[in-house]
Design a protein around this ligand. Structure first.
Ligand code: FAD
Ligand code: SF4
Ligand code: SF4
Length: 383
């Protein structure tokens, strides 16, 4: 029987899933088991869209369709929380199984606090995340730095500190550090992220720490809740999943890798936040002066629940129809999410005039956490 706190290697007994899966196929197998046995009514996962750089969220109710979601898409940053909130009525009347990266999970927790998602109805299968790459940047990087036609790439992965591609005729890896020093690499919010192993999920799954003959063939699972332990135990009893205890050396390696990633996150925070410090107001003023008030940053932010226009009291400080926006247009938003920005990067990624909104929101959030949360005696969020 699996228990909370266990660290195990797990691999699927389904040859179809094994072929498509990123590691041991444990994530797809557990979700399939949950759907087949009515532990959940629907699974929210991700599948390949137009091409390898396009990740599409899907809601699946027929277990046989789940195989198409196996595998990791490192260019996708989809907020599963918004998907559940908007299209599945916040899991209020159904049980949902969902795959979550750290930012997906944090935003779900925030929406849970606002009664927008019923977290009691959600089974969260976390995937470790070392970071993702914007699809447009990924294509540019592959062309310019790797010298390969992005349309010829058959697989991309981030492993052992490298961005690796397989393409017709070979494979190539370049160190993430090197790429990022030259302005390529992961999304800027991912570079600053310090939530690499989503331990607030029911299970945290990844490849760090899988060594020996299981390397590349098993998923490392950290069991984080009784709900997580229960589904693993049931899937093993049903012979859908095989498991063994993780190697002590593997656990040590995983710890070191996580530690190195956290240090890297801290390095990027220091670099980007201290650069803001010296001219913060001028920076905000200059950047937000491009705003065309399209409202995308508000609509796409998973933690920003704005009041609908109809029936809303008139703003005293934001003139309707004026661009560039009055300063309060942005200041009120930064203020309202100052303690809950999860650094998902969606506001910045989807801003049509490329205002670095996530950088500003994240800096404000981290400053607040560092200044006040320890005084309250609570552990700071690892966003
Ligand atoms: P599978 O059975 O292949 O299932 C994978 C699941 O992930 C599927 O349900 C799929 O829908 C979902 N998925 C795919 N892409 C995304 C996405 N962009 N967002 C949300 N869900 C997605 N593990 C580490 O140990 N270290 C890392 O640095 C690391 N970085 C990762 C970065 C990204 C962007 C992603 C998506 C995953 C990362 N992982 C990392 C996790 C790892 O790649 C595997 O997902 C994990 O080991 C589970 O393997 P599996 O064979 O059991 O999963
Ligand atoms: Fe994500 Fe931006 Fe909202 Fe922060 S402010 S949670 S980075 S969309
Ligand atoms: Fe302004 Fe960009 Fe937000 Fe649109 S997404 S309202 S342009 S800051």
């Amino acid at each position: 029987m699996a228990a909370t706190g266990d660290m195990i290697y797990a691999w699927t007994t389904d040859s179809g899933i094994a072929k498509k899966a990123e590691c041991g196929g444990a994530v797809t197998t557990l979700l399939k088991y949950a759907l087949e046995n009515k532990i959940v009514d629907v699974v929210v996962a991700v599948k390949k869209g137009f091409d390898l750089y396009d990740a599409v969220p899907v809601a699946i109710t027929d277990a046989k369709d789940l195989d198409q979601t196996a595998g990791s898409l490192h260019c996708g940053t989809l907020l599963m929380s918004t998907f559940i909130q908007k299209y599945l009525d916040g899991a209020k009347n159904m049980k949902v199984g969902v795959v979550v990266k750290g930012c997906d999970l944090m935003s779900m927790i925030e929406l849970g606090k606002r009664n927008e998602i019923n977290m009691n109805n959600v089974l969260t299968i976390g995937v470790n995340c070392g970071g993702s790459v914007n699809p447009i940047q990924a294509r540019k990087m592959i062309k310019e730095k790797f010298g390969v036609d992005p349309d010829k790439v058959t697989k991309e992965e981030i492993d052992k500190g490298q961005f690796i591609i397989e393409y017709e005729g070979g494979h190539k890896g370049i160190k993430i550090d090197e790429l990022e020093e030259e302005g390529y690499g992961r999304r800027s919010n991912c570079r600053r992220c310090k939530y690499k192993i989503p331990r607030q999920a029911d299970l945290a799954c990844g490849n760090w720490g899988v060594i020996g003959d299981k390397a590349g063939k098993a998923t490392f699972i950290e069991i984080c809740s009784d709900k997580g332990a229960d589904i693993v135990s049931k899937a093993v009893s049903a012979k859908k999943l095989d498991t063994c205890a993780a190697e002590p050396k593997g656990i040590e390696i995983r710890g070191k890798t996580e530690g190195a990633m956290l240090k890297l996150g801290e390095k990027w925070r220091k670099k980007e936040f201290t650069a803001l410090r010296d001219n913060l107001w001028d920076f905000i003023k200059k950047e937000t002066s491009r705003c065309i008030k399209c409202y995308s940053c508000i609509e796409k932010c998973p933690v920003c629940i704005s009041t609908p226009f109809v029936g809303r009291p008139e703003s005293y400080m934001v003139r309707p129809g004026y661009i560039p926006s009055d300063p309060m247009f942005h200041l009120r938003r930064f203020a309202s999410i100052s303690d809950s920005c999860v650094n998902c990067g969606q506001c910045e990624e989807l801003c049509p005039v490329e205002i670095p909104l996530a950088l500003i929101s994240h800096a404000i959030r981290v400053e607040g956490d560092n200044a006040y949360v320890p005084k309250l005696g609570a552990a700071p969020y690892k966003n």
